[in-house]
Design a protein around this ligand. Structure first.
Ligand SMILES: Cc1cc2nc3c(=O)[nH]c(=O)nc-3n(C[C@H](O)[C@H](O)[C@H](O)COP(=O)(O)OP(=O)(O)OC[C@H]3O[C@@H](n4cnc5c(N)ncnc54)[C@H](O)[C@@H]3O)c2cc1C
Length: 410
């Protein structure tokens, strides 16, 4: 068994680990830093992220606003984002020859549209700064010793003054941290789409409509709702509105094994308002069929579907509609209920909610309050975000602040 000594050992060669190492080496070039990576290659998640393009961050430059994209971590990340956030990330990569671009929805990618640019940048910076990267080093244990920590892999022992754990969503590392006194919020999936077994709805596949979606409790009362585009897929519902609900409600939806009820308000109006609109249409379009013309500015396919769902025949005339019919149609449009029967992964972007409980971290330098000298950042802590580049921003911010914290105290 070989023995090595370093100033700083970083466990996990992902986004957070590399960002910590590089910023620390820039601030304190004399420090001996090593990244221990269990697999045969580093930055694997960066490689596959954003469909191979790496959605590096999100064009939201206000610290308070960006925190609202974090169902877990909203309060805690406010301070850190005041110190390092989007603008700093953009400048950081641009200064190192990787310009970023903003897409219409705010997501930011390397101009090259290739995650390889980010990987090349991080690897060459690590190389330039003499950061050692050791592959196939699965960290299985650590303990505190006089000078700091002793870290063990199956192949070697590492003695170090400071220890940084950026091991992502690793069950083994969470178990290890739990044995060392940390509290771990049990991991559950976040960012998923809803499976719905209603063939008539699924026939609308590809259609997107802004709507409010509510999660209902056992008494049919809404307990969580989100507005945003809802996309019908061949297995159910997706789109930003659904993904946000899945993230905010991740824990509760896991607890009910992804079997729950939702209600969709296809237009943001009250039933009475809708009834009035329909009564007017009954007069104005008396001799026209219900499926004629653009009603409520919704796609025709959706309108016809909602007519049929209200037991109305789209080819019937407006003049033939009773008040009862119009009431039922209004009720369907603002209270369209479905049973969700499971979940599906969103574009393979499986994000995990859970990890080291946030109260046990000092967010000035992401240092453990349980084990002084140990720092934690990235997905290993109980922070996760909506899709759009926010999860990487958490990794960059945490890594940067760990680097500053260690640089000024070691
Ligand atoms: C398919 C996919 C696409 C994504 N796309 C985006 C996107 O475009 N934008 C975005 O913001 N987020 C995206 N995410 C989320 C993002 O990838 C993560 O939030 C981010 O990678 C977390 O970084 P990290 O450094 O904390 O962890 P990771 O990137 O997971 O790195 C952790 C590293 O630690 C290593 N490790 C684990 N255990 C040990 C151990 N015991 N010893 C040594 N090493 C260990 C792992 O092998 C890994 O290399 C995506 C996720 C997935 C799965």
């Amino acid at each position: 068994m070989e023995n090595f000594t370093y100033d700083v050992v970083i466990v996990g060669g992902g986004a957070a680990g590399f960002f910590t190492a590089i910023n620390l080496a820039e601030a304190r070039p004399e420090l001996k830093i090593v990244i221990l990576e269990k697999s045969k290659a580093v930055l694997q998640k960066v490689r596959i992220s954003g469909g191979g393009r790496c959605n590096v961050t999100h064009a939201e430059f206000d610290p308070k606003t960006i925190t609202t994209y974090y169902p877990r971590g909203e309060k805690e990340l406010l301070g850190p984002f005041h110190k390092f956030m989007t603008g700093d990330t953009v400048a950081w990569f641009e200064d190192r020859g990787v310009p970023l671009k903003i897409e219409e929805d705010g997501r930011m990618f390397p101009v090259s549209d290739s995650s390889q640019s980010i990987i090349d940048c991080l690897e060459s910076e690590a190389d330039r700064l003499n950061i050692e990267v050791k592959l196939s080093q699965n960290v299985i244990d650590f303990k505190t010793v006089d000078i700091g920590f002793q870290v063990n892999t199956a192949l070697a022992n590492y003695t170090t003054k400071r220890l940084v754990i950026t091991a992502g969503s690793s069950k083994k590392i969470w178990q290890l941290l739990s044995r060392k006194g940390h509290t771990i919020v049990s991991p559950v999936p976040s960012l998923f789409t809803f499976n719905i077994d209603v063939p008539e709805l699924l026939a609308l596949q590809g259609l997107s409509q802004p709507a409010e979606v509510q999660l209902l409790d056992a008494n049919q009362k809404p307990w969580l709702s989100q507005s945003g585009p809802v996309l019908v897929t061949h297995w159910g519902l997706s789109g930003p509105g659904i993904l946000k609900l899945s993230a905010v409600g991740a824990r509760e939806l896991s607890a009910c094994d992804y079997n729950f009820k939702i209600r969709i308000r296809w237009v943001e109006m009250q039933t009475e308002q809708l009834e009035e609109i329909f009564k007017k249409l009954r007069l104005d379009r008396a001799k026209q069929q219900l499926n004629n013309g653009n009603v409520l500015e919704m796609p025709k396919r959706l309108w016809n579907y909602l007519l049929r769902r209200s037991d109305l025949d789209p080819t019937d005339l407006w003049s033939d509609q009773s008040n009862k019919n119009l009431k039922k149609l209004s009720a369907t449009i603002i209270g369209d209920q479905y049973a969700v029967v499971g979940k599906s992964t969103y574009k393979d972007e499986f994000v995990t909610a859970g990890g080291v409980v946030l109260q046990e971290i000092n967010f000035k330098s992401f240092e453990s309050r349980v084990i002084p000298g140990l720092h934690l950042a990235g997905e290993v802590i109980d922070v996760d975000a909506l899709t759009g580049g926010f999860n990487f921003q958490n990794a960059w911010t945490g890594g940067y602040l760990i680097a500053q914290g260690i640089a000024s105290s070691l």
